[in-house]
Design a protein around this ligand. Sequence first.
Ligand SMILES: Cc1cc2nc3c(=O)[nH]c(=O)nc-3n(C[C@H](O)[C@H](O)[C@H](O)COP(=O)(O)OP(=O)(O)OC[C@H]3O[C@@H](n4cnc5c(N)ncnc54)[C@H](O)[C@@H]3O)c2cc1C
Length: 376
Amino acid sequence: MKIAIIGGGVAAFEAACAARALDQTSEIVLYSREAVPPYRRPALSGMIAEPMADAQFFIKPPAFYEEKRILLKLGTGVRSIDPAAGKLLLDDGEEAAYDRLLLATGSHCFLPPVPGIDGKNVLSLREFRDLEEIRRRIEGGARNVVVIGGGLLGLELAASILARGCTVTVIEGCPALLPRNLDAEAAELVRSRLAAIPGLTLRFGTCVKAITSAGVELNGNETLPADLVLVSAGTRANLEPAASAGLKCNRGIVTDDAMRTGTPGIFAAGDCAEVNGVCYGLYTAARAMGQTAGTNIASGNAVFKPEAYPARLAVFGLKIFSAGRLEGNSSKVERDDAKGTFQKLFHDAAGKLVGCILIGDLRAAMKLQAEIDQGL
Ligand SMILES: Cc1cc2nc3c(=O)[nH]c(=O)nc-3n(C[C@H](O)[C@H](O)[C@H](O)COP(=O)(O)OP(=O)(O)OC[C@H]3O[C@@H](n4cnc5c(N)ncnc54)[C@H](O)[C@@H]3O)c2cc1C
């Protein structure tokens, strides 16, 4: 049997390994547009400031793929799929046959539709080549950087850029930082800590009107000078090859919890998949979906079980953890400003823990997460 996997991220990697663990004889081919083997994508933001050893960055060394007989076709994009013929059309015009197929095409950075978003001074960070380009710009003299988006990745980018000696302004459209990961009280605490960091400016409730070669124009006719603008305004699933095959797509490729699309023999996993109506956009979820898909491609019987995927952030000397629903029938706060610690627990009507936010001291994180997971 020929197993084809489209994508070169963690979902693709895990699927290839899971399929090989059950099936020693099938051909497994992984097609990736990227020129490098699968790596730990979340490491990219920190690598703007500090390079990382290959052994930590890449999920496995090249010898692993040879040993497992997983053929990596790097720098090889898949343009479209013909499910009736069981064929892939590659970017270089070649065709490749498959019997079972996994789409693990991930996602791309959303670029808000403002004038100048396609300018030469505007970049985003999704792939290894983006990291190389951002580093080149900084080494080429970029000093004033504006980051559009005050989420987890926006703050990680800001911390790395600041560590390279640039000044950074983070623009967030919502009235508070980390709108998906903190409630108003915790967001205000984080804001006040970050306000004291030299070289970092935070702007909330601010909308970008346009980007020019001079910088970022805000509503209200203010211009923030910038020689580099980094956009971190969310992601969108990569749906192109799936759509060409007529697979059902909403925000992601629609799958059941076995990662099956409606088309026999075709699976989807990771950021590109929408499982029971949810697009996760998270590394650990992509890993678990990849394992499920790979097992089922090799005729196993696995089901993807979502967890209360926590958010973690460690930037500017500030450690943050949040998990579950940040709302409930009641909440309890413990805060010690002298120690810089904050803990907020959210409970439902029955008194069950449904979510938590920890700042400063994260020792209780795993225990709280396990308690939240139990209630899912
Ligand atoms: C800088 C950064 C920091 C992050 N930090 C965190 C974090 O702290 N925690 C967390 O949970 N998540 C984080 N994420 C998100 C996390 O990395 C993703 O959820 C995860 O990588 C998704 O894995 P995936 O395999 O589904 O897709 P991806 O990792 O996006 O991989 C998809 C791959 O498919 C390739 N591809 C796409 N289309 C085609 C095609 N047509 N043909 C061939 N190849 C194709 C792409 O080039 C890419 O290599 C971060 C992401 C970034 C960019």
